[in-house]
Each structure stands twice: as C-alpha cells, then as structure tokens.
Design a protein around this ligand. Sequence first.
Ligand SMILES: Cc1cc2nc3c(=O)[nH]c(=O)nc-3n(C[C@H](O)[C@H](O)[C@H](O)COP(=O)(O)OP(=O)(O)OC[C@H]3O[C@@H](n4cnc5c(N)ncnc54)[C@H](O)[C@@H]3O)c2cc1C
Length: 303
Amino acid sequence: MADIRKNEILKSYTTFRCGGPASEFAEPSTEEEIIGLLSYAKKENREVLILGAGSNMLISDQGFDGLVIRISRKMADINILEEDEEGYVTIEAMAGASLALFGNTCTRQSLEGAEFCCGIPGNVGGAVFMNAGAYGREIKDIAVSVSYIEDNELKEIPASECGFGYRKSIFEEKASSGKNIVITKMTARLKKGDKEKIEAYVNELREKRTRSQPLDVPSAGSTFKRPEGYYAGALIEGSGLKGFKLDDSGAQVSPKHAGFVVNNGGTASASDVMRLIRYIQDKVYKDSNVRLQTEVRIVGKWE
Ligand SMILES: Cc1cc2nc3c(=O)[nH]c(=O)nc-3n(C[C@H](O)[C@H](O)[C@H](O)COP(=O)(O)OP(=O)(O)OC[C@H]3O[C@@H](n4cnc5c(N)ncnc54)[C@H](O)[C@@H]3O)c2cc1C
C-alpha cells in the first residue's frame, strides 16, 4: 500500500493557498495502491477525500478529518495511440496529468479540440469530475471514455454514460451521495489538424485569459457557478462588489474579474475566504434575488 503520512498541511496542495491538515494523506502510484487505500479507509472507517491539483477547492482551516488520496504526478502518463483511417488520434491521459500538459501535448501533435485545456490549472481527473470547460468547449466534447475505481473495482465507461453537464458529471453525483470514486484515466479522440492554426488559437485563448483573469494571485478560478440566465461576475459587479474586501486578511473580490475571490499574498485563512463568499451570496441575493452557488468545492467543517 502507498505510504500514509499523518497531519499533512493541505494549504500548499490548493491554489487558494489555505486550508488545515489532513489527518492522513497518501499519493498512490498505481490503481492497486488506490484500491489498497480505499480498502484501508473502509476497514478503519475513515472518510475519504480525493484531491487533484486542488484548483477548485476551499478546504477548511480545521482541515480534513480522514484520508486524503492525492492523485498526482505519480499517475500522470499521457499516451498517444495510432491515428485511425478517419484522421482521428486516440490519447490516454492518466488522472494525475496536468490538464494544461495534456492540452500542450495535443497541440504538439497537431490535434484539434483540446486548446481550451491549456489554460485550466487542474489535473485530468479533476477536470473529468467537474466537466471543466472554457471558451465554449468542455471535457464532454473530447472524452470518449473514462476509467475509474468504485467498490474496489476498476471500471471503464463511455463518455455518453458519464452524465456530463455544466460543471457536473456522474462522478460528482456519486461522490455527493457519499461514494468513494477515483477517476484514473480519460481517453480522448481528436482530429489531426493544422498545427499553426492550433497554436495560434491556444495563444489567443491564453491572451484572453491573461487579460481578463487574476492569474498572478491565489484563487480557485470562478468562485460561483453561472446562474441560469446570468453571469456571476456581472451580478457581483452589479452589487458594487468588484474589488471589495471585508478586512485586510487578503480575501478580496478580484478587482480584475468580479467572479473570482482571490487570496492576496496567500495570507487569508479559509474562514476569511468563506466569510467573503457568504457576504457576496447574501448581498447578490438581496440585490438581484439570485442565490449564487459555489463552483468551488467546499471541504471540511465550518462554523
Ligand atoms: C486561475 C484558475 C482558472 C480556472 N479556470 C477554469 C476554467 O476556465 N474552466 C473550468 O472549468 N475550471 C477552471 N478553474 C477551476 C479548476 O481548475 C477546474 O475545476 C479543474 O478541473 C479542477 O481540477 P483539480 O485537479 O484541481 O481538482 P481539485 O480541485 O483537486 O478537485 C475538484 C473536485 O474533483 C474531485 N476530484 C479531483 N480529482 C479526482 C479524481 N482523480 N477522481 C475523483 N474525483 C476527483 C475532488 O474530490 C473535488 O471534489 C480554474 C481555476 C483557477 C485557479
């Protein structure tokens, strides 16, 4: 079984740069090790949290009382398979591979359709779980199948059975209902295209992102889901909260993009960030009658 470390501080494993310790923490290298860890957790009656790149998580200052299984660079192979007669190439990416690296690998191989992946700072597993997307495309559009572990068994299902929707998947549904699911691999199928055009599109998206998002400050990206018929950022800005902060903790509504709560200098605690999130939700509800739901996954115990 993979090594289990005690009291591992989770702050440095999240892009928000806050969060307390995990009572137990492991980074498996194989599917067998994942199954070993899940069996251990079941036997010892431990709660389990699966962590990817931690780019969509707000973990409480009290941390996580249970076993964190981090799917990391130890399970990060990307394999390009052969091109078929229709000019499509199949790519297998392990869950711990960075999504940006996956996007860049596809670009290098002149494969169209994964350009949006280049700017998303998560891992492949987290991206499948969230059905991550940007600029009109999402994981749903490129995945053909997903492998995952459930009930000690490695399964593979076609993308059509993954229940992909706006920032959701069947894996997210299962996890929400208390199941321990670990995504291990995504298989995608992409068409060969014109490398120059693909590179130009990647650069265009990168520039758009750099222009509009606070990429140099810790955050977890868009804090809230897009409510139907609205944009969260526009509602927040409409409530006069762009650049707003409650205190000097470091937690602030980004002055660059009102949809992002940022943690300036990484000095805010998770509760500071949470207080601001709740303030925004209440103010927007009062002003616009829309209850913003967090896109960021909230983990652990809160006051
Ligand atoms: C600057 C910035 C920009 C961003 N831009 C975008 C964007 O354009 N589009 C977008 O969709 N998102 C964006 N995000 C959010 C984030 O990058 C995505 O949601 C990403 O897919 C999360 O992946 P992760 O590996 O970091 O997952 P984590 O944050 O580690 O986890 C997210 C959820 O997935 C689960 N999970 C993670 N890995 C696995 C696995 N292997 N098996 C089972 N469950 C798993 C976790 O338990 C958790 O519930 C942005 C974030 C930042 C910081």
